[in-house]
Design a protein around this ligand. Structure first.
Ligand code: PMP
Length: 423
């Protein structure tokens, strides 16, 4: 039972492994955008295992590919030839623009960003790295330094050579939607706190954990320009924004009209299997050839065929277009809800990567942190699972599996309306 699991978790698992909800849900099965608890109760999953189950829980084609590969060969490491990792790399880079044609596979977003930091430093010969405030890039010792969100910081030494600049947040930032003005902070930082040369710049295009904050338009183009002039490379963290989820574009960085030098991928790339990647140019990748680099599970056959299946499904089921249509509908309905409930301060995002920020006062934008937690519990009781995030923990994160339908969107908004009406 849920109580027994809870008891075992308390006894045997590190308390840092946190749970959502006062009375946590005990999930035993998943089918596409729905999850089922031990009583058979169905939940609409609007958080997708934290933006990871891209094409749907236990999508039959991913399951089929994984089962076939598991029966044939599970693991050898990449020191022997196996077709799956090479086939998948070829399919993956076909989706990338420009010269982004070389992949290194790892197992998590933190590892991918670790490697991107290493590549940036090796390639440029510089040390200083710039990231945004309110960013989340991982929890490894190195990426914890890149992350700039107090919930995820330990009071230990971290982040040597990492600097955080002003977050181009159109809702809370000082310059509204003027991306170029925010980018000036990067120039100021480079002039004042570095030798004038930097190794790299990291950014998500829509900050995920940070609360679906879509960077102000024009920001990345201006930022990339400044960083490249200072000798640095530009890294796009596409761990949450990639694979057509934004609806308008396959990659998040394309929404800002830029082409990065390094792209990091994780989460949705494997639909729930541990798979992540660093994609870069042959020139940047060549710096890694100075040494051997090894990752035991990176590019293993089972995860590679899962990743390949995800790409095929995205095409076959036209998931990017679907995200655009359902996302527009959902955004429109959430904005209408904002007219009714003053607690909704801001509705934002693209495609199926949306945020609803709750405030107790629209003028002061005081975060409605407690109310967000209460509403999230009520949503669960109504059968809808959403995520929570943002600097103040007052943003609903709506990022369902990409098969989420218009009816699902309506169900979610109706549940939110009902919960808010009774708050
Ligand atoms: N980058 C982003 C944008 C993320 O959202 C996350 C995970 N929340 C990571 C990196 C780290 O990924 P992982 O948890 O797989 O290490």
């Amino acid at each position: 039972s849920a109580d027994e699991i809870l008891e075992k978790r308390k006894r045997f698992l590190n308390p840092a492994m946190f749970l959502y909800y006062k009375k946590p849900v005990n999930i035993v099965e998943g089918k596409m955008q729905y999850l089922y608890d031990e009583t058979g109760r169905r939940y609409l999953d609007a958080f997708a295992g934290i933006v990871t189950v891209s094409v749907g829980h236990c999508h039959p084609e991913v399951v089929g590919a994984v089962v076939r590969q598991t029966q044939l060969l599970q693991h050898t490491t990449t020191i022997y030839l196996h077709h799956a990792v090479a086939d998948y790399a070829e399919a993956l880079v076909q989706r990338m623009p420009g010269d982004l044609k070389v992949v290194y596979f790892v197992n998590s977003g933190s590892e991918a960003n670790d490697m991107a930091m290493l590549m940036a430093r090796l390639y440029t010969g510089n040390f200083d790295i710039i990231a945004l405030r309110n960013a989340y890039h991982g929890m490894s010792p190195a990426t914890m330094g890149l992350t700039a969100h107090s919930t995820w910081k330990y009071n230990v030494a971290q982040g040597f050579g990492v600097h955080h600049v002003l977050n181009p947040d159109p809702y809370r930032g000082p310059y509204g939607t003027d991306g170029k003005l925010y980018a000036n902070d990067i120039s100021n930082l480079i002039e004042s706190a570095t030798p004038g040369q930097v190794a790299g710049f990291f950014a998500e295009t829509i900050q995920g954990v940070g609360g679906a904050v879509e960077l102000a338009p024009g920001y990345l183009a201006a930022a990339y320009d400044i960083v490249r002039k200072a000798g640095g490379v530009c890294v796009a963290d596409e761990v949450q924004t990639g694979f057509g989820r934004t609806g308008s574009h396959f990659w998040g960085f394309e929404t800002q009209g830029v082409v990065p030098d390094i792209v990091t991928l994780a989460k949705g790339i494997g639909n729930g299997l541990p798979l992540a990647a660093v994609v870069t140019t042959p020139e940047i990748a060549s710096v890694m050839a100075q040494r051997l680099h090894f990752n035991t599970f990176g590019g293993n056959p089972v995860c590679s065929v899962a990743g390949h299946a995800v790409l095929n499904i995205l095409d076959k089921e036209k998931r990017q277009d679907h995200c655009a249509v359902v996302g527009d509908h959902l955004l429109r309905r959430l904005k209408t809800l904002q007219d009714k409930h003053t607690i909704i301060g801001n509705v934002r995002g693209r495609g199926l990567m949306l945020g609803v920020e709750l405030v107790t006062d629209r003028q002061t934008k005081t975060p409605a942190k407690e109310e967000t937690a209460i509403l999230m519990d009520k949503m669960k009781d109504l059968g809808v699972l959403v995520g929570k995030g943002g600097r103040y923990g007052n943003v609903f994160r709506i990022k369902p599996p990409m098969c989420f339908s218009i009816d699902d969107a309506d169900f979610l908004v109706d549940a939110l309306d009902y919960a808010m009406s009774r708050l």
